[in-house]
Design a protein around this ligand. Structure first.
Ligand code: SF4
Ligand code: SF4
Length: 369
């Protein structure tokens, strides 16, 4: 067993293999204030990667309604129970085991939309939600594999069929080596590996690696209707670059946080927490930084964080991976790896007022209600 430093929980974790950070690490930021649960991401992923036999129930990307929704059923409640009040990480397994885990029952995979659109408590007839923040709340949580820095799935595989790519940190299962023991399914605390009961092997989100290799963001990111997602590469905090969009949100502004960092795996999907949800709930889900993240987001809404505001305009603005960004003169600008401009988005759209009478065409313009 080796020791590895996890910056998200600021402590060492025990890992069965010598830890080695990849050259660069795939990461996605999702702004939960903007997700509308349209499930376009889910369908985009499903039609691209899991339309086959044995994959019918598989949703490598899914969107849950919190606090009640979960897929598979109760995955996060069971995870919190396993962690025993955050006294351990999932890598603190008893002797003879590599990872703390459990395998969902077959029925747990049957209800992908359980709890959809349900709020945290019953709403009485005649209730008016006029105060902000108000006690009635819910939010949508889109989920993909976190391509963890210390993946539990990889740690648990007795066949060493799971590997983390050196070039981008994407975690993949080798279908030739996998024998279908399902140890990864038991181990992944986020329940993001799934069993193909026809091919008899485990399968999981592949981070759209053929797109990433070509400088493109994944399908779920570029199809997102709410433009809530941005894919890029995250550095460890001591190597954070302020012009890297992911580093800026995760390390510099600390407005994007990992999901259940207490698992100890250093997950690499980062969430901007919703501002309408009690801080206690957010801290349990995204760690102690949740309160400050909400405050920073609120400041942005008040016009005090122009760089974050500009950067959010680059979400969903281009299929290409944005390696660096700049906000200036009312524009958010994204650059590729070589520093070439690939996208420019105005932060405030210019308003064009046209005269009522067009002298050249000799027509009168009417407002169409
Ligand atoms: S496509 Fe975007 S807005 Fe729609 S559910 Fe997925 S993450 Fe949410
Ligand atoms: S989220 Fe689960 S499947 Fe994905 S890398 Fe982490 S442990 Fe493995």
């Amino acid at each position: 067993m080796a020791k590895a430093f996890n910056w998200q929980i600021n402590k060492e974790v025990t890992y069965p293999y010598e830890p080695k950070r990849p050259k660069r690490q795939f990461a996605v930021v999702m702004d939960l204030n903007k997700c509308i649960a349209c499930q376009t991401c889910t369908v985009a992923c499903k039609t691209t990667w899991t339309p086959g036999r044995g994959q019918e129930y598989m949703l490598w990307n899914n969107v849950e309604t919190k606090p009640w929704g979960s897929y598979p059923l109760g995955w996060d409640i069971k995870l919190l129970e396993l962690l025993n009040g955050n006294k351990k990480t999932v890598l603190d397994a008893p002797d003879g085991e590599r990872v703390l885990g459990y395998k969902p029952e077959e029925m747990d995979w049957m209800y992908p939309n359980v709890g959809e659109d349900e709020v945290n408590e019953p709403v009485d007839i005649g209730t008016v939600l006029e105060n902000f923040p108000h006690p009635i709340w819910m939010f949508y949580l889109p989920r993909i594999c976190n391509h963890c820095t210390y993946p539990a799935c990889l740690a648990a595989c007795p066949r060493q069929a799971i590997y983390k790519r050196e070039e981008d940190g994407i975690v993949l299962i080798d279908p030739e080596r996998c024998e279908g023991y399902q140890e990864c399914i038991r181990a992944c605390p986020y329940k993001k590996t799934m069993f193909n009961f026809v091919a008899r092997i485990s399968q999981k989100c592949i981070g759209c690696f053929p797109r990433v290799e070509n400088g493109l963001q994944p399908q779920c990111v570029i199809t997102c209707i709410g433009k809530i997602r941005l894919m890029g590469f995250v550095n460890p905090p001591d190597k954070a670059r302020p012009d890297n969009p992911i580093d800026y949100l995760v390390h510099i502004k600390k407005v994007a946080l990992p999901l259940y960092p207490q698992t100890g795996l250093e997950p690499n999907v980062y969430y901007i927490p919703p501002i309408n949800v009690p801080i206690r709930f957010l801290k349990q889900m995204f760690g102690e930084g949740a309160e400050n993240a909400v405050k920073t987001y609120m400041s942005m809404r008040e016009g005090k964080e122009p760089e974050i505001l500009g950067l959010l305009h680059l979400f969903g603005s281009t299929p290409q991976i944005i390696h660096s960004f700049k906000v200036m003169d009312n524009n958010a600008i994204g650059y590729d790896e070589k520093g070439k401009e690939i996208v420019r988005v105005p932060i405030v759209e210019p308003i064009q007022e046209r005269p009522h009478k067009d002298e050249k065409l000799e027509v009168v313009r009417q407002d169409i209600p």
